[in-house]
Design a protein around this ligand. Structure first.
Ligand code: SAM
Length: 262
């Protein structure tokens, strides 16, 4: 897909660790990190359009809210993890203009390549720098960022605790962590409805877009296996964050977590 790799497309392809996706039943599916990265490479061309349709157009507003929660602390340097096609980084860059500097990292080179094209189109390529990196082992110094963001990414990470420790490590004291993620509503009936939509309707939508329906079945699996909002707060506290709180969006089908480094 990429003819001559830009500087950021390096160090990819060495990950062999297994990602275990445990669904509600007993059946689990294992995907290694390389498969996950390849899957996101393959859907990178249709990812943005499908994201808009699947979230009923809400993903843009959700990212805007997550960006606002991040920019509230006036960060000068922001790290956007699992940046993918760079929508979260672009949302923050648009809001703040030339300052701050935003680094976006992801382990899918093709997703970053799509992001890089969008940055050029929007004239934001000097504000946002993209780099291939694994969220579980960030190539950055301790305390080097004022804020760390992750949008629709934490669900996909194999060792989330390890990633949370990495996010805290690269944050400066008083720095802010903001996570936007799909979730399951608290209300039982709504929860069933959302899971039905994700399991049965979303793969059909993906198929109609000629995208890999399997990749979108994976979305339902990971949402089903992802911790509920209060449990994720607990994980953030265990990782050493303070002031942990969350806001549920769209009847609880998405959630923004905010936490600070003490
Ligand atoms: C659903 S996309 C989200 C992209 C973007 N943040 C957004 O708001 O649309 C999830 C991204 O996480 C990336 N990802 C998953 N696990 C990762 C890891 N361990 N390290 C780096 N990137 C990872 C995938 O490659 C993919 O691009």
């Amino acid at each position: 897909m990429i003819s001559s790799p830009p500087f950021y497309l390096s160090g990819i392809g060495k990950r062999k660790e297994k990602m275990k996706v445990k669904s509600k039943g007993d059946d689990h599916e294992e995907r290694d990190s390389e498969q996950v990265s390849r899957m996101f490479d393959e859907i990178s061309g249709s990812y943005d359009r499908l994201n808009r349709v699947i979230s009923l157009g809400r993903d843009l507003a959700w990212r805007r809210m997550a960006a606002k929660a991040t920019l509230d602390v006036c960060p000068k340097k922001i790290l956007d993890v699992c940046s993918g096609t760079a929508d979260m980084a672009i949302e923050m860059a648009r809001t703040v203009g030339g300052n701050p500097i935003i680094d976006g990292v992801d382990f899918s080179p093709d997703a970053l390549d799509s992001g890089s094209k969008k940055l050029k189109k929007t004239g934001l390529e000097k504000v946002v720098r993209l780099k291939v990196a694994d969220a579980e082992s960030l190539p950055f110094d301790d305390s080097s960022y004022d804020a760390v963001t992750i949008a629709f990414g934490l669900r996909n990470i194999k060792d989330r605790n390890r990633a949370l420790f990495e996010f805290k490590r690269v944050l400066r004291t008083g720095g802010r962590f903001v996570c936007l993620e799909f979730s399951r509503p608290d209300n039982r009936a709504l929860r069933h409805l959302v899971m039905f939509y994700l399991r049965n309707v979303v793969p059909l939508i993906a198929w109609s877009f000629r995208a890999d329906a399997g990749a979108y079945r994976y979305l339902a699996e990971t949402v089903a296996a992802f911790p509920d909002a209060p449990d994720l707060c607990g994980m953030l506290k265990d990782a050493g964050f303070v002031n942990t709180r969350y806001k549920q969006l769209f009847l609880g089908s998405a959630v923004i977590h905010i936490a600070d480094k003490p």
